[in-house]
Design a protein around this ligand. Sequence first.
Ligand code: 5AD
Ligand code: SF4
Length: 454
Amino acid sequence: MLKSFYIETFGCQMNVHDSEKVAGTLLNSGYRQVDNADDADLVLYNTCSIREKAAQKVFSRLGQFRKGRGEGKQFAVIGCVAQQEGEKIFEAAPHVNLVAGSASYSRFSELLAQLESGQRRVTGLSLDTDQTFDTEFTKRGHPFRAYITIIEGCDKHCAYCVVPFTRGPERSRTAASVLAEARRLADAGYTEIQLLGQNVNSYRDPSPAAVSFAGLLSQVAEVPGIRRVRFTTSHPRDFRREIVEAIDSHPALCDHIHLPVQSGSSSVLERMLRDYTRQEYMERIGWIRQARRPISISTDIIVGFPGETEAEFAETLSLLDEVGYDSIFSFQYSPRPNTSALRMEDAIPDEEKGRRLRVLQQHQREIQWQRNAALVGTLQEVLVEGRNTRGNRSLNRDGCDEHSCNEQWKGRTSQNMMLNFTVPASLEHAVAAGEYCNVRVSKAGPNSLVGEAV
Ligand code: 5AD
Ligand code: SF4
């Protein structure tokens, strides 16, 4: 019987895609994948340590297998917690057999061979690498949208962030190999590509061609068969006007930029070591707003960074108004190991962080409601994701009754908005997951749009 594996992923899209590559490598080594840890010979947790809560999850998972239930199984902790905690994981959870960070995945087959040869404790923890994890065996989890890693690691030193310690130094893939992968994906029927990196803006083709990120975007957008290209994440420091120009000149590049600001206060940004001021950030927003295309903008925000005053927090609220974000991801500051912010004084109490987060989210909700309302009446092309059968809460909040929700389809606009829509009988044959169709927006809520296919 083939050995079986189960893999569970926490954290960001980079991790999701790493798991696709690890799963592909395991399948190619003769394992079969199962969707339940109890049925697996090898259980892998691909972990995230961006905030303390995320990092704790893996220990609660491992705890479930402490007594009896884990017998006969092997356990692997991979990803960011693995890199951060290293061999300490063996002490905390003695049933773990493999601890490896993402900088070691390019030799994942080797680590697997050590595990199979009966080695009790295998580690892949070196951060000293110039390699990226490229494998032709990627087991993609989605039928029409595919991730491509273009740059791994991070050389920034944001005061709050563990990533430079968990993912190693920045290293870019050659543009030729990125393009070859994009062509293979297009041939396999994928129409949407998401280019991934902790900081895609500092991408630099290591081959003599030295293609920039904007250049790479244009080349991927020209691959026949690729209809949508997205990218994440951008660091404002390295964000170039050429990126906006590339979007303006290539229809396949989506009308959306995720530009994490973290705070609206220049003094907080300075303490965060972000390397830009509010004014410099707004200059980049200005470039995006001057584009010919209606580019939507989303961001990440941290509230309650050490020493954040009420006035500094108010500057973040005013930034939301000034930019007019289409969506935000917001977090309470969480102190992380090794980071320089750990030594900062004036921690903000948890209750106060919670209060600021609620105020921020409520403020943004009003902004989104208004921005989305302005889309009523417009025609949007969506990539159909499937039927919307969930009786979705955000939909109900957005004023659609349960019955009609069940009849709806859902899709994403180029601006990355979720659009729930009905389909008249005459068009039913044309609508299916993975197809593109035009939808007239009829209603808007803070988190999604409602419309009808035309
Ligand atoms: N605490 C809270 N949020 C954090 N992020 C990164 N590090 C921390 C931390 N220590 C947030 C940032 C980043 C997003 C992925 O997670 O906003 O952009
Ligand atoms: Fe989590 Fe950051 Fe690691 Fe992604 S890179 S898994 S967000 S810690």
